[in-house]
Design a protein around this ligand. Structure first.
Ligand code: CP
Ligand code: NVA
Length: 308
């Protein structure tokens, strides 16, 4: 029997598999924009467990599977109690006996790994403390649409080394793109983490680290940031807001990027902290396109996982 494929991090896929999903997403988006709604996943059911808040992830999965003829059910963890009301393995075995695929947003990456090891259907990481693979997949789609290719694209990440940037580094490695990271001292990825995230690096991939955000942004065509305090880090808020203040993406910082540069943010954003209104509302901002692409990218992923 072929083992069940999960998507807990992007490098659970081979590079060619990632590219196949990516190109499928492009085709699905085109079809959707032309009013085509083929029932490619007719009758398939998605179970979605959320231990944390969500707008984009939940809606993009639910709308996406509905467009493809399937359906989704939301399971808020307060109604399930994974690991509290019930053992992780019992939830995984029972839920996977009734649905075709499980989307899981969890506080702990380890919990999703354990859950997936007991699931008899594919499990998709919908964000953990370590990774946000669906976000990175959609972000690469947004960048590709903007510039028509990844050649001559440099991505500047300014801010925290977190779940979103980890998956973006992984995506840049697998698509062979230059990424420059700038984070405050004490908030960098470790050498081991970089090694792991870039395991599947392809020609064209380059990673540079910068103390000064302007150095990361210089010559970039994508300037990307995320919140300074992720969900679950609220106790560190005061310290983080102080340390990250010099890493705000504002108009002065954007001036160092190329003229055709775009601004990206996975959202939700804390306006006035990691990004100013001036930048996030500017013509360079692609936040809405980026959010919409979550749906197209995940449709490609669902088709690939459920066809396998
Ligand atoms: N970007 C993202 O994952 O958004 P939500 O937290 O709203 O799902
Ligand atoms: N880094 C953020 C991303 C939210 C989509 C968080 O984990 O809260």
């Amino acid at each position: 029997m072929t083992p069940i494929r999960h998507l807990l991090t992007l490098s659970d896929l081979e590079v060619e598999e990632l590219k196949a999903i990516f190109h499928e997403a492009i085709e699905l988006k085109k079809a959707y924009k032309n009013g085509v709604r083929e029932k490619l996943l007719d009758g398939k059911v998605l179970g979605m467990i959320f231990e944390k808040m969500s707008l984009r992830t939940r809606v993009s999965f639910e709308a996406g599977i509905n467009h493809l003829g399937g359906s989704a059910m939301l399971l808020e963890d307060r109604h399930v109690g994974i690991g509290t009301r019930e053992a992780i393995k019992d939830v995984a075995r029972v839920l996977s006996s009734m649905v075709d695929c499980i989307v899981f947003r969890a506080k702990s990456h380890k919990v999703v790994q354990e859950f997936a090891s007991w699931s008899s259907v594919p499990v998709i990481n919908a964000l953990t403390d370590k990774a946000h693979p669906c976000q990175a997949l959609a972000d690469m789609l947004t960048i590709y649409e903007e510039f028509g290719s990844f050649d001559d694209v440099k991505i500047a990440w300014v801010g925290d080394s977190n779940n979103v940037s980890a998956s973006l580094v992984e995506a840049a490695a697998m698509f062979g793109v230059h990424i420059a990271l700038s984070s405050p001292v004490g908030y960098h990825f470790t050498k081991e983490e970089i090694q792991e995230l870039t395991r599947l690096r392809q020609p064209g991939f380059e990673l540079s680290l910068h103390e000064n955000p302007a150095d990361a942004v210089r010559g970039a065509r994508v300037v990307y940031t995320d919140v300074w305090v992720s969900m679950g880090e609220e106790a560190e808020e005061k310290e983080r807001l102080e340390k990250f203040a010099p890493f705000q993406v504002n108009a002065a910082l954007m001036k160092h990027a190329r003229k055709d540069a775009i601004f990206m943010h996975c959202l939700p954003a804390r306006r006035g902290l990691e990004v100013t209104d001036e930048v996030i509302d500017s013509p360079q901002s692609r936040i809405v396109e980026e959010a919409e692409n979550r749906m197209h990218a995940q449709k490609g992923l669902l088709l690939w996982l459920l066809r396998n």
